[in-house]
Ligand binder design. Structure first.
Ligand code: EPU
Length: 335
């Protein structure tokens, strides 16, 4: 077992420097068992590093999930179950599915990060969340080394939420995730406004799953910064859900406020819009800031510090609270 002692900078998409007790690549279940018998603790699990903000040096071992492999484990005439190594890149998995004409992942194209991180925060975009196609996952308990399979209902998926961000936080190392993908009669999700517009602009009236993926990629590239060029972790905050009465009051004052109904009592409001209205879109201080095209994304232009980004996040949060009396909560994990 090799313990690498280098900065975590390359291992997080914000590109932030932080040290740890050592980084251990986990390429197989056996590698994890080898680590567990050493009794080294505490351990933190890292996937693609695309949803964390490192605010300090970490007094922990970092287990870098590198478990690979994509395998069809079951199929009938209509669908397949695909078991994927948690260390696979999410977008590479999407591309693999498209190349096999398997449907279900196309709206989730170009999301940074690893397959193992997808169920943690129930990634979602353009009208689809990974829970829509999730079948089960395999995980190993870090204290006992016991293998466990968790099915959908046990994962308690919600909007950017799962049992792994709550009751089971830091308890399991996810080794594989299985998804149900369609072989034919793909169910297309075109309801998200921008998708329809992009398809129309490209003169596509009967889109394939590949066309939808291309449209999603086009939309994402037009406003979300590429973490390879500008450090970021995608949406920094979740879109807040507010009570209908507060929404109605705000709508009188701000008739242009976008919103999505959640249920009869509550409405989701885009945090990006709130942040922009609070005057923070494009705000820059030193080498960090709020992205100029999508206010929900905080960025590190290079050389920024995690604790400064966290302070900026708190400033953004209080600006929004002062203007709208709405508290926006981080979507990224703060380490
Ligand atoms: N908006 C603004 N100003 C901004 C940003 C957005 O006014 O600076 C408005 C837009 O005009 C639009 C609304 O807010 O009316 C929603 O914006 P957008 O469609 O860009 O989506 P979002 O709510 O900002 C969410 C997800 C994204 C996901 C997109 C598309 C969250 C926290 N974020 O963003 O997910 O890609 O919808 O489905 O739910 C991520 O989680 O990292 C992520 C990028």
């Amino acid at each position: 077992m090799e313990i690498i002692t280098e900065s975590l900078r390359k291992f997080n998409t914000f590109g932030l420097d932080a040290s740890s007790k050592g980084i251990i690549a986990i390429n197989s279940e056996q590698d994890l068992f080898d680590f567990l018998v050493q009794g080294l603790s505490p351990a933190k699990i890292l996937g693609g590093g695309s949803n964390i903000l490192l605010t300090q040096d970490l007094d922990a071992y970092i287990l870098k999930n590198n478990i690979k492999g994509i395998e069809v484990v079951d199929e009938d005439a209509d669908q397949v179950i695909v078991k994927v190594g948690a260390g696979e890149s999410w977008h590479q998995f999407v591309l693999w599915a498209l190349s096999h004409n398997l449907g279900g992942l196309e709206n989730l194209s170009l999301i940074p990060g690893s397959v193992g991180a997808a169920p943690m925060q129930n990634i979602g975009a353009y009208g689809v969340e990974q829970e829509n196609i999730f079948h089960s996952l395999n995980a190993i308990h870090l204290d006992t080394g016991v293998r466990k399979t968790l099915f959908k209902s046990e994962c308690k998926f919600g909007y950017r939420e799962s049992v792994f961000k709550n009751e089971l936080y830091s308890q399991f190392f996810i080794t594989h995730v299985s998804y149900i993908l369609s072989k034919r009669n793909h169910v297309l999700h075109l309801e998200y406004g921008a998708i329809k517009d992009v398809l129309l602009n490209n003169n596509i009236t009967e889109p394939s799953i590949r066309d939808i993926s291309d449209a999603v990629i086009e939309i994402r590239q037009s406003k979300l910064p590429d973490p390879k060029k500008i450090g970021n972790a995608g949406s920094f905050f979740k879109n807040p859900v507010i009570h209908l009465s507060q929404y109605q009051d705000l709508k009188i004052k701000y008739p242009d406020m976008p919103s999505y109904p959640v249920d009869l009592q509550t409405v989701k409001v885009p945090a990006g819009w709130l942040i922009e209205q609070a005057g923070m879109k494009g705000f820059t201080i030193g080498s960090i800031g709020v992205h100029k095209l999508q206010a929900l994304v905080l960025v590190n232009y290079g050389g920024g510090k995690g604790k400064d980004l966290w302070q900026l996040a708190l400033d953004v949060q209080s600006k929004v609270r002062d203007k709208f009396n709405i508290i926006i909560h981080p979507e990224v994990n703060i380490w």
